[in-house]
Design a protein around this ligand. Sequence first.
Ligand code: 5GP
Length: 195
Amino acid sequence: MLNEIKDKNKNKTGKLFVISGPSGAGKGTLREKALNDIKNLVYSISCTTRKPREGEVDGVQYRFITREKFKDDIEKNLFLEYAHVHSDFYGTLKADVMNELKAGNDVLLEIDVQGALQVREQIPEAVLIFIAPPSMKELEKRLRNRHTESEEALKIRLNNAAKELELKNKYDFIVINDDLERAAAELRDLIKNKK
Ligand code: 5GP
């Protein structure tokens, strides 16, 4: 897919970066820091069928869409990748990513492991970075302190976290978020060096 763009737009194609990791590993904060620190790095806003959390705004954190619309978009082949995560659907629109890459911008996706592996199939040049917590114990502590999930939702997230961690070796790089500033600097340097 990327080759088509390269052919049409020699030397101007941006690079695609994907970060994944369990909820509570600090992906969101690291993503914000990377976006603030790195010029020409843009975030691709995903679609989801999950309900907005307090303070979330449609079109900012996500495009909040219905299951019907999501299924319709799958049928129309509009997604670069999509996955069923924690009982909702999440997906990245092809057009969003391709338009930015064509414009010469680097693109950052923050998606789950199933999605990341689909991206690698579609765009082998994509750089996959796994954000890992220092330990499962620390992850549980961070998730509980966030107070955003019910006990049941928390259990689902912890269960999924263990499964996601098993796949970390499929990524090009692993950043351990033991200390936020250190991990942010590591991620920033990694992206800058690969650009
Ligand atoms: P949350 O509901 O906490 O915002 O996100 C839950 C999970 O869905 C996170 O692991 C996040 O990385 C993942 N996610 C967010 N957007 C996408 C997407 O577009 N595609 C996929 N595959 N996963 C996503």
